[in-house]
Ligand binder design. Structure first.
Ligand code: SF4
Length: 247
């Protein structure tokens, strides 16, 4: 009787087990993109089961203003100035009644303060005249307001109205590249790629979880990809610094 070598025997065993639906998986050099996405979702949910909204607010209007003020500025700084600003102008009507100089005095320590003060005043006036003092719950109407871009509109839609959105900030743009989920060509591309990879019902929480992870672990500087828990799990063999493209 012919004696098979060990490799042939292994193939036969694999074929037999495959027929039974229990073939051992071949080892792979790294995780595929969808597997990485799945792992990220799972680990971030374990790490950040709660996702408190970082910008202090009490309603859609104060959230909208806080997000507008956070452009090129930390949430912590915004949270320092908004209590006094929102006391002076708690509603669109009250904010619209303030003069620009008063708004500016409240937010002077933020970057781009003059432009932001002008936009806050104009935006509040538009909400009063065109929307009966309410914040509109649509991307199109939000993006038409002064100082409100797609990212700001997405944050408000997600966090104030619970509509699925994936606002991409610098942390998300960076981590999507470092985790091999997007090429980093543009923020728009990153948003599209992430929306395709993750289930819609996860977007609103996940975008905050990625931001939390980015703030805690992943700085803007280059890294050797071996220091943080998720990267080491996703890329156990990574040794070289990960180059990433800024938005
Ligand atoms: S190892 Fe840490 S710092 Fe480096 S890319 Fe990963 S998360 Fe960022």
């Amino acid at each position: 009787m012919e004696v098979k070598n060990s490799s042939s025997c292994y193939k036969l065993v694999r074929l037999a087990l495959a027929a039974l639906g229990s073939a051992p998986k071949r080892s792979r050099p790294g995780l595929k993109k969808r597997e990485r996405a799945q792992r990220i979702l799972q680990r971030l949910e374990e790490t950040y089961p709660e996702t408190p909204i970082p910008l202090d607010h009490t309603d859609p209007f104060t959230l909208l203003i806080a997000v507008l003020l956070s452009a090129q500025c930390t949430d912590k700084k915004v949270n320092e100035v908004t209590p006094a600003l929102f006391t002076a102008g708690p509603t669109p009507a009250a904010m619209a009644a303030l003069d620009e100089e008063t708004i500016l005095n409240h937010i002077r320590q933020l970057g781009l303060a003059k432009t932001k003060a002008r936009n806050v005043k104009k935006l509040a006036q538009i909400l009063v005249t065109a929307y009966d003092g309410e914040v509109p719950a649509s991307f199109e109407e939000l993006e038409a307001l002064p100082g409100v871009g797609h990212k700001t509109a997405s944050v408000v839609m997600a966090q104030a109205f619970g509509v699925p959105a994936f606002p991409v900030d610098t942390h998300i743009h960076r981590l999507a590249q470092r985790w091999g989920l997007s090429s980093g060509d543009s923020v728009q591309r990153t948003e599209r790629d992430l929306k395709q990879l993750f289930p819609e019902e996860a977007w609103n929480k996940l975008h905050l979880q990625i931001i939390f992870y980015g703030r805690e672990y992943c700085t803007a500087r280059g890294c050797d990809g071996t220091v943080c828990p998720l990267c080491t799990e996703l890329y156990p063999n990574r040794r070289k610094p990960v180059i990433w493209r800024k938005p």
